[in-house]
Ligand binder design. Sequence first.
Ligand code: ADP
Ligand code: MG
Length: 342
Amino acid sequence: MRIHSLPTQLVNQIAAGEVVERPASVVKELVENCFDAGATQIQIDIEQGGARLIRIRDNGCGIINEDLGLALSRHATSKISSLKDLEQVASMGFRGEALPSISSVARLTLISRTENAECAWKVGADGTEKDFDPQPDPHPQGTTIEVRDLFYNTPARRKFLKSEKTEFSHIENLIKKMALSHFDIGFVLTHNQREIVNLKPASSPAEQEKRIAKICGSAFIENAVRIDFASSGLHLTGWVGLPTFSRSQPDMQFFYVNARLIKDRLVSHAVKQAYQDVLYHGRHPVFVLYLALDPKLVDVNAHPAKLEVRFREGRLVHDFLFSALHRSLAEQRPEPAQAEVL
Ligand code: ADP
Ligand code: MG
């Protein structure tokens, strides 16, 4: 067979294969866009575990009418323009792939209004036909993206969707994790018109701890120490569970790098070492930690779903985390009789 270029929709569907694994991955991409748009309130409506409907509305900066078609086109982004930008990206998104990928495997509607626009504008895309002729809409400032019938045109993928309950629980967990990275944003999550999560913006430390308690349980915040440690341009804040408050599974460990939730072996290793002498074998610590560092020192373009990063100075980060945690834990005098069994 001769070599030929693939049609745009197929190219987008191939890209979707990497990023859009299930409804929760769509929610992740769309909520990250709300973060980048400077939203302070995000409404997430889900029907049938996201297979039927995912609707995300924000009150962020919006998209101008002329750019709506571009927002749905591949490799089109407002977030970077050069390699230099890519090497120090501070936004959640930068590839311009999410919306075209999602719209190639679902029916997508985008409605958006910028601050000074007289009205909102609406465009639709459903995989095959893209309707880039914007229609006026009464939507307030901000953006709503509606994703219906995910994988309707890729039956092989739709077959892999789990039960409504399972898919929704992935979404609920994701929203909770994302809410831990942006305390200043209010989140409302509904499923089949029932409100499941409602988190008001939390600015004061007391309000933040309330949000943590809502998400991780009040026992965590009662058994955790606050951490705030800075050195060599690295800044670690958050909460670490006392060794007496551990779990049998590593299922309550949240680590954010510049507000991005990531999984990283180097980070896990540093944490494990710091707890090594104070935790019983087989138990796992609980933590919500935020590492802030110069975006130049971390490569976020290392994983299709951006769940992993690469630190430019891994050793430095590892040793910093270890000593920050080790010190915080050493300062504590837990009462050994209170061991929590979860
Ligand atoms: P990326 O986030 O990597 O730029 P996306 O496909 O997710 O790519 O989005 C494409 C573009 O659409 C973004 O660069 C942004 O300009 C715009 N956009 C998407 N969602 C929103 C939103 N909720 N509010 C404002 N602009 C948005
Ligand atoms: Mg994006």
